[in-house]
Design a protein around this ligand. Sequence first.
Ligand code: SF4
Length: 363
Amino acid sequence: MWAVWRPDAIAVLKDKKAKASLARYFDVMQNSKIAKFLIAKKLPAEFSEKSTLEELWKLHEELTQEYYKLERKVDSKQVSFKQLETPKRSYFDLKIEIAKRIMENCHFCARRCGVNRLAGKVGYCRCGSSIKVSTIFEHMGEEPELVPSGTIFTLGCTMRCLHCQNWSISQWYESGTEYSPEDLALEVERLRKSGCRNANLVGGEPTPWLWLWLETFKHVNVNIPVVWNSNSYYSEETAKLLAGFADVYLLDFKYGPGECSKRISDAPKYWEVCTRNHKLAKEFGELIIRVLVLPEHLECCVRPILNWIANELGASTRTNVMFQYRPEWRAHEIPELRRRLTRAEMEKAIEIAKEAGLTNFIT
Ligand code: SF4
């Protein structure tokens, strides 16, 4: 039925550019390859609760190399996934243990609040120690390759974009529903069984909940690609934990290298954090980049972003240049954000994408 509303979601299955950027995702989506988190659960890891965090990270570094070797073997059928034994402790369990330690001194995102969330403290994002969910549904409004997307909106965010369209979720105007990892895993499995192409982890922002997302996928037993749908303002530690978990990085690239990120989203050093995370995303998985064009931000933001993508990640990087901006929440506090884009601004953004040399962008 959904194909009637989104015929582009069927057409994209034959789109050579989309398939070139997201080859493994397409295969996992169609069950001819195995999602990363399922392979990560098969890689043995020797550690204990007594291991220091430093020791755990050292082991994680080594096993990340091993993980990608195993993934290649499983992908090429050199190794049968079905015949892999489930170890007592796995690379995936190691990620869970590290993420739990991060909860005690929170640095999942670039703010590095350092609060002990397991002891009841909360930081900037106001996320606690149990995951709070706003809604779970089959999303028909995402990029064609993702639709229908099994989307789970969690509360809280690590940034404060004054024009946030999901402000009731990101800023806790809703109280949400608390889920145990086991129950949330059942929801993920239900989404897959209902025909969703992926599990789309979004908010707000998924970053503060990484420990609980990992705990959740420990209990997921269906083959479903994980889409990490993020503002890109996460720490290097989070980026490392996402290796072997996120199949697709659906990353915002919001601002250029100037002061716009601080002025509009209270996110200092966004450019540095965001560019690093995009590079790591490309190294560890497959990438779709979202660039929301803001009124009057073509030269300060859109141009440097699109040039950077083409130069650093490659001209064929899948990039969604988005024109959906509308003033929401506290956008009136930023003079240029009190209106929608003009036709001329949309045309200019397309011109900039072409000048940058991008060959795989959609609008
Ligand atoms: S995830 Fe939340 S508590 Fe943790 S560092 Fe970021 S803003 Fe602070």
